[in-house]
Ligand binder design. Structure first.
Ligand code: GZL
Length: 320
């Protein structure tokens, strides 16, 4: 396959002449985590659109949030001899062996939206946001909004062991350092889903005097926040005023909640991780140019001051 020849040239750094063929003759295997959230669904839609735009043959595998399914998919892509592999790793550990097999097969791997605890030589690059920064932005918003007033915070964490859950927690806690008025009184995973987010928030409300002791919710993604908003309303409280709601992703539904005064802030995560990944791959295929190990995407804070209804209208058709 043209790409592997070009790759071996790049590996030996000899004065190889690269095929220079367009990306159109490339086959990429994509192991997607699942469809646990609106953001994930949008990432899948956008990845397929970006592949289509470039005439790339995308082999798509949905892992239903199970790492063993992702590892199986990667082995199948290796056996098929694809030109490259994209993977959104559901958790951060347990990847060394299969990534080593891809490397031995001279198939470059690009990580999308999450990172792995593995030697950086085992993947070409990671296209992700700064997950710690996202948690920090959310925490800073809460520090500024509470302005020193005592505030008990409950936290809905993402999937246990995933890089966003680890890093968004870290960034949020860093932002709260030195602001003793803010206390995280409950913290549990809602696995990035609405259903679990609602369930866990119900348990928080019960455990905290029907929610009267809770001043704010920090959810690692909007889908858990939307589920929690439902639980807060069913407990007879007003989300967005009785309990402040700050989360991450900036999916359309959180803007609808914001427009209704039921959510307060979100940090945007672009679903287009694949565009930069395909571009990095094409540049490497063309002239062996290695991308940096991290291609960082933007993180922008939105609040109720940002005309949420308009943002909702603009975002709702974008594959969510
Ligand atoms: C973060 C990404 C997370 C989203 C969730 O980069 O991996 O996974 O924030 C999704 O919506 O489940």
């Amino acid at each position: 396959m043209k790409f592997i020849k070009a790759l071996s040239c790049a590996t030996v750094l000899a004065g190889c002449v690269f095929s220079g063929a367009s990306a159109a003759d490339m086959t990429v295997g994509f192991s997607q985590i699942g469809s646990e959230s609106g953001w994930r669904a949008a990432e899948t839609t956008v990845t397929k659109q970006e592949a289509e735009k470039r005439g790339i043959d995308l082999k798509f595998a949905d892992a239903q949030q199970k790492q063993e399914n992702q590892i199986k998919a990667l082995r199948s892509f290796i056996a098929q001899g694809v030109d490259a592999i994209f993977v959104a790793p559901v958790v951060a550990t347990g990847w060394d062996e299969v990534l080593g097999e891809a490397k031995d097969a001279n198939i470059p791997v690009i990580l999308l939206d999450r990172t792995v605890d593995a030697d950086k030589s085992l993947y070409m690059t990671a296209v992700t946001s700064d997950l710690v920064h996202e948690g920090n932005v959310a925490g800073k918003w809460l520090v500024d909004t509470t302005a020193g007033k005592p505030c008990n915070v409950v936290e809905l964490q993402g999937t246990t062991g995933s890089s966003p859950a680890i890093d968004r927690k870290k960034g949020f806690e860093e932002a709260l350092k030195g602001h003793d008025n803010l206390k995280i009184v409950r913290s549990q995973t809602g696995d990035f889903t609405r259903t679990k987010g609602k369930e866990v928030m119900e348990s928080f409300l019960k455990a905290e005097n029907g929610g009267k002791n809770i001043c704010a919710l920090y959810a690692h993604n909007d889908d858990m926040a939307v589920g929690a908003i439902q639980a807060i309303k069913e407990a007879g409280l007003k989300p967005g005023t009785d309990i402040l709601v700050v989360s991450i992703d900036a999916v359309p539904d959180i803007f609808q909640a914001m427009a209704a005064g039921e959510a307060n802030a979100t940090v945007e995560l672009t679903p287009n991780m694949a565009g930069p990944a395909f571009d990095a791959l094409a540049a490497f295929k063309k002239d062996g140019k290695e991308p940096p190990k991290w291609i960082q995407t933007e993180s922008k804070l939105y609040t109720q001051a940002d005309e949420p209804q308009k943002v909702y209208e603009a975002k709702k058709g974008l594959g969510y």
